[in-house]
Design a protein around this ligand. Structure first.
Ligand SMILES: [Zn+2]
Length: 231
């Protein structure tokens, strides 16, 4: 279900959650969902009185096809540049195989289970390779936080607006009690904990994820509670 999760922030049902973020300087899209969902993006733009040309940036958290699947189509339809980490860009371009998420790594040393379970995505042209501490490829008010674990090049995006909005992709999840944790996407993985710990040190009011629910308020505190329990 498509819904407004904060003022100007639209959560799109595209096989995972993508987020269309409206702002004075244009529209930013965080992730693009499974292949075949460009229409959801276009329809939402029309619904909020925007055109495809109003999209100024497509920010990708990581190269799994439930996040990058519609990136090539969105780029064609909007002309907006696509940004992601250099590490995951290699996968998105089709130059390397899909990296298994921790959920699948548990199944053992099977090579690229993910590439068989996730649908194939068209190769994506990556216009900007983003990295923490640099502004390249980012609209005003947006920042990159490197959050490896779910994939080696996974990044989260922090929007410095309304007290801070974190777009965490698959770096973590929140359960129905509002507790932040690894989530089923990262089941059995300790590697993601360092990234959750890192996010816990940042200031943000709300947090939005690639799957499951979100946190509208005191989101950083929920990350800190998880981090404090790591021991
Ligand atoms: Zn993923």
């Amino acid at each position: 279900m498509k819904r407004v999760v904060a003022r100007g922030v639209h959560q799109l049902p595209v096989g995972s959650h993508a987020y269309l973020v409206d702002g004075d300087e244009g529209v930013t899209l965080v992730d693009t969902g499974l292949p075949g969902h460009v229409d959801v993006v276009i329809d939402t733009l029309a619904h909020i009185g925007r055109t495809p040309q109003d999209v100024t940036a497509v920010l990708i958290t990581h190269a799994h096809s439930d996040h990058t699947g519609s990136a090539a189509a969105v780029r064609s339809a909007t002309g907006a540049p696509v940004s992601m980490s250099a590490r995951d860009a290699v996968v998105a371009r089709g130059e390397a195989g899909t990296e298994d998420p921790p959920l699948l790594q548990r199944l053992g040393p099977l090579s690229s289970v993910a590439s068989r379970m996730l649908p194939e995505a068209d190769p994506v042209v990556v216009d900007h390779e983003v990295s923490e501490g640099e502004r390249t490829g980012l609209p005003e008010e947006w920042f990159v936080v490197a959050t490896p674990g779910h994939t080696s090049g996974h990044v989260s995006y922090l929007l410095d607006r309304m007290g801070g909005l974190l777009f965490a992709g698959d770096a973590a999840m929140v359960d129905r009690h509002g507790r932040v944790g690894r989530g089923w996407v990262n089941a059995g993985s300790a590697a993601v904990d360092a990234s959750i710990h890192k996010l816990a040190q940042l200031h943000f009011r709300a947090a939005y994820f690639g799957h499951g629910g979100f946190l509208s308020n005191d989101a950083a505190a929920a990350f800190r509670r998880y981090a404090a329990g790591l021991g």
